[in-house]
Design a protein around this ligand. Structure first.
Ligand SMILES: [Zn+2]
Length: 463
């Protein structure tokens, strides 16, 4: 019989409902019993994991396509919102709409591409094949003392990453060399693009391999408390990556040099001193070598921080406007936004690890995806289980974006209290114009996708 994704998805949902329904009616049921019954239900050999995952994947694609189509309607409007009629010219607005529409069409097509790939992964048990290949490679090439589940988990994660990068190549090539090229943003050659991908692969492989081996080690040693230890391990790895990224990884992609302009340097160091920001170094990155999109970031240890400004920002704005953008960034630091968002992501990881305990030692879960008898690699199980959690990931994205938009308003208000209201307003208009950022948006699309408020909303709040 043909493997019908929709039928299987429907069966999965029906199965979940039929398993849960009696429990809800049982007034004497305590929480532990309820959880145990969930585990029993999930452990059933007939539980349709593949159908459930595919149903969720198709459901997510349909939901995201629906809101993108709503956004396409807004992107066809011929005139900007009245509040922006003075700040934005008709020409800029028309270009912004065209760019937004091209990106929306790209989102629809790439969404279909990734959903199709996910279908193939599930249909052909690709993760179990990656696991077998990693085992075979170790058996053939590695010394016997290196073989074992930890090394195999590391190698498995590298193979998984390699295919992930390879699958993203067609959409990425189109995005960079057709879409971004058409609107004048791309400044990268094909050679530079390939070189970036190779570097990304090697750096990510190192992080993935360490993460996967650590994951397997904790799963093996920590017993029932694995979620807590995984949370601690993830915290340590994320903190390490955040620390080394700007120092060792960013310079592999961008040329960093000390900021030269004396006036701008004086403005920014003066601002840092005023706010007790522990500024150590002030860099300029040659962002223009890749793209004309502009940005400014800060990074480093809590006691020793650096500010990095993309040269595109300096080329587009005067020194007071660049300082206003930096004042906004320092607002994020002073108000602790980075730490709050980090904590929210950490929370997301911890509950994912906690929920993984529902299936981590369930042999049927693994056998459904083609793993042999007694073969239960935790890292592969977790990657598969993350697909079941995709609705929670979407909810997490929504919450993060709501929070992030609120933080943007707060950072704008912070820059305003420092006397940069006018400069920040003109800087935001220039940034919007030069990046062709969306000017108008559908409310549902904006709530779900946008980490920053729209230009009109920010300008109105600054007034
Ligand atoms: Zn911001």
């Amino acid at each position: 019989m043909a493997w019908d994704p929709y039928l299987n998805a429907g069966r999965a949902l029906a199965s979940i409902c039929s398993h849960f329904e009696p429990q809800h009616r049982d007034s004497g049921l305590n929480t532990m019993d309820f959880l145990q019954r969930i585990v029993d239900c999930l452990g059933s050999p007939t539980f349709p994991w593949k159908g459930l995952m595919l149903g969720l994947s198709v459901g997510k694609f349909m939901f995201e396509s629906f809101i993108t189509l709503r956004q396409c309607r807004v992107l066809c409007k011929p005139k900007p919102p009245t509040v922006l009629s003075k700040a934005v010219t008709q020409e800029t607005f028309a270009n912004t709409q065209k760019y937004g529409l091209a990106k929306a069409h790209f989102t629809l097509a790439s969404g279909l591409w990734y959903t199709a790939i996910q279908y193939l992964y599930l249909r052909h048990d690709i993760l179990s094949k990656f696991w077998q290949v990693s085992g075979d490679l170790l058996l053939r090439w590695a010394p016997a003392r290196c073989a074992g589940p930890l090394v195999q988990s590391g190698l498995f994660s590298i193979i998984y990453l390699f295919f992930n990068i390879a699958e993203s190549m067609p959409p990425q090539l189109y995005y960079t060399f057709v879409l971004e090229q058409k609107f004048g943003f791309n400044k990268q050659s094909l050679g530079g693009f390939v070189s970036d991908q190779v570097k990304t692969f090697f750096i990510s492989s190192a992080i993935f391999a360490v993460g996967a081996a650590g994951f397997s080690y904790i799963m093996d040693k920590a017993g029932d408390r694995f979620a807590t230890y995984l949370g601690l391990g993830a915290f340590a790895l994320r903190a390490l990556v955040m620390t080394v990224y700007p120092v060792f990884i960013l310079p592999l992609f961008y040329k960093l040099s000390p900021l030269q302009g004396k006036e701008l340097r004086d403005h920014i160091t003066g601002l840092a001193t005023k706010l007790s920001f522990p500024l150590t170094k002030l860099y300029v990155a040659d962002g223009s070598s890749r793209s004309t999109h502009s940005n400014a970031i800060f990074f480093g240890f809590p006691w020793q921080k650096n500010i990095l400004i993309f040269d595109t920002l300096i080329q587009e704005m005067d020194s007071r406007e660049v300082t206003a953008v930096v004042a906004h960034e320092l607002g994020h630091w002073k108000l602790g936004h980075t730490a709050y968002l980090f904590a929210l992501q950490q929370f997301d990881l911890i509950y994912s690890f906690g929920l993984f305990s529902l299936v981590h030692d369930n042999p049927h879960f693994y056998s459904t995806f083609g793993f042999g008898k007694g073969e239960q690699p935790a890292i592969a199980g977790f990657l598969l289980f993350c697909q079941v959690l995709s609705p929670l990931a979407s909810a997490h994205k929504l919450v993060t974006n709501i929070l992030s938009r609120r933080y943007e308003y707060q950072a704008d208000a912070f820059a305003k209290t420092l006397g940069f209201k006018a400069e920040l307003s003109t800087a935001l208009v220039k940034l919007n114009k030069n990046n062709l950022s969306t000017i108008d948006a559908d409310s549902i699309y904006s709530s779900y996708h946008h980490s920053h408020p729209l230009l009109a909303e920010r300008l109105a709040e600054l007034d």
